[in-house]
Design a protein around this ligand. Structure first.
Ligand code: 13P
Length: 247
């Protein structure tokens, strides 16, 4: 059985005042069955870790460097994330692929770095609107999966997030059939490459304009094991409603 996962990606949002939001979230999700994860900006990892000691909430980074330390000004390593209290890290988000020219092979190296530190990696894949319009969605996703996911994947160390670029922050979402088609495809690719046992145990998240109002129907789609939520994860009441819809 795959444990459902509600993951919040705060992106470049959140100051120390936002810790009140985490406190509210902790209270709201204390007895739900789904796993709840917040990936705040790195500056908030340590104070949040102090807040959530009870273990009701998991914490993650939003990116990591392939190296564990060294002369890489402004970067953060998987070791640092773990040291600050993270157990997860998002890698290959489309905003990093676009803003920082991250390639599949870089995402793969980052994933390996995360695994070397015992972090679970949430590897993001997703097509642009032009790629969908050109009927290239599955080819793009297949290529990103093959290039970004290392060979040592297990159901423990890997989560895959399908985030269509055109659905992020836009209020637009694919149809449920379109989400199902991509998630079934990702599942079958993972089974083929890693074997049925591993392929079936990896959790697949949908991301892109998930809100309290559409979460339940998206969670009803086959092979959707949760969500990677941006904007709606910033407000405890919205994010806890999404997490509760997974139960
Ligand atoms: P939104 O939920 O704001 O569309 O963002 C999705 C996302 O990019 C999560 O990683």
């Amino acid at each position: 059985m795959r444990r459902k996962l509600a993951a919040g990606n705060w992106k470049m949002n959140g100051l120390s005042a936002s810790l009140t939001e985490t406190a509210a979230l902790l209270a709201q999700v204390s007895d739900i069955r789904a796993e709840v994860l917040i990936c705040p900006p790195a500056t908030l990892l340590a104070p949040m870790a102090a807040q959530v000691r009870t273990g009701a909430l998991a914490l993650g980074g939003q990116d990591c460097h392939p190296a564990s330390s060294g002369a890489h000004t402004g970067d953060i390593s998987a070791q640092m994330l773990r040291d600050a209290g993270a157990t997860y890290v998002i890698v290959g988000h489309s905003e990093r692929r676009a803003d920082h020219a991250e390639t599949d092979s870089m995402v793969r190296s980052k994933t390996e770095a995360a695994w070397a530190e015992g972090l679970r990696a949430i590897v993001c894949v997703g097509e642009t609107e032009a790629e969908r319009d050109a009927d290239n969605t599955l080819a793009i996703i297949g290529g990103q999966l093959a290039g970004s996911v290392p060979d040592q994947a297990t159901g423990e160390n890997l989560v895959v997030a399908y985030e269509p670029v055109w659905a992020i922050g836009t209020g637009r979402t694919p149809t449920l059939d379109q989400i199902g088609e991509v998630h079934d495809f990702i599942r079958s690719r993972l089974e083929k490459r890693f074997g049925e046992g591993v392929g079936r145990s990896v959790r697949l998240l949908y991301g892109g304009s998930v809100k309290p109002g559409n979460a339940a129907e998206i969670f009803g789609v086959s092979n959707v094991d949760g969500a990677l939520v941006g904007g709606a994860s910033l407000k405890a009441s919205d994010f806890s409603a999404i997490a509760t819809a997974l139960d």
